[in-house]
Structure formats: C-alpha cells, structure tokens
Write a protein that binds this ligand. Structure first.
Ligand SMILES: [Zn+2]
Length: 211
C-alpha cells in the first residue's frame, strides 16, 4: 500500500447498535402512557449525547452539547428509520415522509473521499455539518447498507405485540420470532398454554365426562 494510509480515525456503527438506537424508544402497542414514558431512553438532550458517545459516534474529546431541537430531530429520524425497518419486515411500502427524511440524513455525509496528506494519498471521510448529523447519518448508513447489500429478510420485529423490539435474526435457521426467548418467547409459550388450558376447561364444562 506504500503511501496510502487509512483514515486517521474511522468510526461507524454495526447493525446491532443501529437497531438498538431504534429500540431506545420501546415501541410495543397497547402499552399505557406511563409505560411509554418509562420506555423513552432518550429523555433529554444529554441522554442522546451520552448514547452517541457510548457508541463512538462522536469524538470523545470533541464533546457535544445538544439542544432540545437536536433531540427533537434525533427522535424524528429515529421514527423514520423505524418506519423503514417496519415496512421491510411487514413487506409494505414505507411512508413517503420517512423515506424523505432518511435520504436527507444520508445526504449529510459522503462516506469516502481521498485526501492528499503532504505527498501521500489518504482515504478519509467527509463529516457532516454537525456532530448530530454525522451520528445520525452513520446510524442510517448501517441500516440502509443492510437493506442494500446485506440480508434484509433477516430483519425482525419481536412477535410479542407489546414488545416489538427490532433485531437482526442471526440464528442458523433464520426463524427467530422473539427478541429474547427467556422473556417474550416464554411469555408467548405460557400464553398459548393458558389458552389451551382454558379451552380444555370450557370444553369440559360443556361436555362433562360421565362418571
Ligand atoms: Zn420481545
């Protein structure tokens, strides 16, 4: 490679973390308002800044101070990405506004560029205008890249309607339905068991066995 050096810093985010970003708002249906409040993990701009830092989406030394308007944008982008993933999982076209917003986020950043470093060629990347745009673009890229060149058919939304956690099914058979067998999987099993038991009892009540 001689005089070609990689970018001084490369940051990105894996698909799992990108999906975790979507799950910072617990999406389940039929939850109470109180549960929804508890399930918003990006409650304040500081929470969002911390999330970005923890996932190395911003330079730790740069430090970012986010405003309420940033948080509002972060949440809007999160719902748009969520809509894209949901639409893929459900096999339907996504909401046009969501497509629009995700494209705007992606366009904030061109991932690769070449730079001349003295006499050497360096592979770098362009940064977006603000650290928030940069972080959101990296998250969007991870998800969109999976749709483009990965295995979008492995994207899942937990079959527990009160959970609806987004995840990637990396199981050998590709038939995972729940985010976690110990919680949602067992709940479903227990619910099916209770339903069968009830059915049997009702049947018994209607058709008592002769003594
Ligand atoms: Zn679940």
């Amino acid at each position: 490679m001689g005089n070609i050096s990689p970018a001084e810093h490369s940051h990105g985010i894996d698909l799992e973390s990108a999906l975790d970003f979507l799950n910072t708002l617990h999406p389940g249906h039929g939850r109470t308002d109180e549960q929804h409040l508890r399930d918003e993990h990006l409650e304040s701009p500081a929470d969002a800044a911390m999330w970005f830092l923890e996932h190395e989406l911003v330079h730790p030394d740069a430090g970012i101070a986010l405003l309420d308007t940033d948080l509002a944008r972060i949440r809007r982008v999160r719902s748009a990405l969520r809509e894209i993933v949901d639409s893929v999982v459900e096999g339907r076209p996504p909401d046009a506004d969501a497509v629009h917003l995700v494209n705007a986020v992606l366009e904030q950043r061109r991932p690769t560029r070449i730079e001349l470093d003295g006499t050497a060629l360096r592979i770098g990347h362009r940064h977006a205008e603000t650290p928030v745009d940069d972080a959101l673009a990296l998250i969007a890229e991870a998800i969109i890249e999976e749709l483009a060149t990965g295995r979008p058919e492995r994207l899942r939304v937990c079959a527990n309607d009160r959970c609806r956690w987004a995840f990637f099914d990396s199981s050998p058979t590709g038939r995972r339905r729940w985010c976690d067998m110990r919680s949602c999987g067992n709940q479903a099993k227990a619910a099916r068991y209770r339903a069968r038991l009830k059915e049997a009892e009702e049947h018994e009540a209607k058709h008592p066995r002769p003594n």
